[in-house]
Structure formats: C-alpha cells, structure tokens
Design a protein around this ligand. Sequence first.
Ligand SMILES: C[S@@+](CC[C@H](N)C(=O)[O-])C[C@H]1O[C@@H](n2cnc3c(N)ncnc32)[C@H](O)[C@@H]1O
Length: 248
Amino acid sequence: MGEREEYYDRRAAEYDETTTAGLDAETAAAFAQEMAALGAVLAALPGGRVLDVACGTALFTQHLRGQVVALDQSGGMLKRARARVPTAWLVQAAVPALPFASSVFDRLVTCHLYGHLVEVERVAFVAEAWRVAPELVVIDTAASDLAAPDGWQERVLRNGCRYTIYKRHFTPAQLLAELGGDCSLPAAAHATLAGDSVRIRGLIATVDGTRVVRHELSGPAAAGAALGRSVARNLLDEQGGAELLGGA
Ligand SMILES: C[S@@+](CC[C@H](N)C(=O)[O-])C[C@H]1O[C@@H](n2cnc3c(N)ncnc32)[C@H](O)[C@@H]1O
C-alpha cells in the first residue's frame, strides 16, 4: 500500500467531518452549496451502468442513478460507503488498473482522485477509464490563485500522523486535454416532460466556466420544438451565446 492509499484508509473514520476542517463559516457554507450543486448535476445524469472510482465514503456516489458500482482501495472507506449507498455493488481495488472487462459501463465517474495521481498514474488511469466506459465524468478541485498548480502537501490526521500527498490542480482546458475530451464548448440542453407539459433548459459556457448563459422555458409539450428554438435564440442572440460559440 502506498502512502496515499494508507493516508486515505486511516482517514476514513474522520473523512466526512474533516472535508471542511479549517474553513471559516462562510467558506464552509459555500462548500456545502457547491457540493449540493454537484450532487444535482450527478443526479441529472442518465442512469445505466455507472462506475464510481475512488468513491470514498460515497459523498458523491449517493447521487448517481442506475446500476452503480463503487470502487475504492480502502476497506474503511467502503465500509462507510456501504451505509450511504446500500444498493451499490462495492469493489475493493487499487487504480490505475480497473478490474473490469472492456466497455462494461456506460459512464465512469471519479471525484477528487484524478488530481492526486502523478503523471504516470494519470496516463495509465485515463487509458483504463476509456477502456471500460465511453463517457468520463471527472470532478476535482480546479486551479486557482489560492493553490499551487501542483506539489506535495503535508496532510495530518487527528491522531497526529503525517503524510505527504501529491495534489495537482487543473484548469478545465488542461483536464480536457489530458482526458482526451472533445468538448471545446460546453453547451447543453435538457427537456423534462411532465404530462402534457415540457420544460426546456439550455446553457452555453466558456470552457473555463467564467462565462455561463442559461435560459429555460415551459409550455405545452406539443409546442416543444418552438420552445426549444426560443431557448436557443435567447441564449445565442440575447445573452451573447453566439459570441461564446464564435470564440470557441
Ligand atoms: C479525496 S478522497 C475522494 C473520495 C470521494 N470520491 C469524494 O470525493 O469524497 C480520495 C479517495 O481515493 C481513494 N484512493 C486513493 N488511491 C487509490 C487507488 N490507488 N485506487 C483506488 N482508490 C484510491 C482513497 O481511498 C479515497 O477514498
């Protein structure tokens, strides 16, 4: 077991309580809000066969729909995940290798692991991830002025044990380049049908997330196409989405 693996295994019992340790009340509240928003994004993904790699205590896994397989190297983490996601199939294994046949999943999700992998592990992991699933969702702490782009950080457990853990912070463009993602412009639309009504939501953003335009309309399902066109016109013409597209 490597130092990172040992650190997280020993941290399992205190993981949930210590994710916001050291944050002031305002930052902790913003963190909680961001967690809820990320949870909503994951919950809105289609179901199917989903693999969560490095699930930890299942803080994110709990939002996934479908047939969920949650993998972690730590028995302590998996024990806590079991309580949170009782219906998920749990697997204890260490990446980069993934102990699954090729293409058995519809989607691979991984939260707050990728930035802990050193380059050689990341290359191997990305190859493994694409081998088992055609779609990757990677959540991690973004690069910002508040943190060094990468480096080895000292982490201290409540019992005083110290570990040196690698952490890299990616910009969205850097992450996409490493993952081999082909998204150069986040643009999305989502329609929800309820009886005879439809709600259509649309979004256009820059890859770095600094500019986002959103719009939504609801109305009779029979007018869905017209509503969709109205959402698109609003985003493109009225809110400057065309300019964002032009800059992609
Ligand atoms: C920062 S935690 C993230 C947990 C969870 N995904 C979350 O975001 O709350 C990192 C997780 O990666 C797991 N991990 C570390 N190295 C691993 C490896 N080689 N293979 C599988 N899991 C690993 C740890 O056990 C830990 O649960």
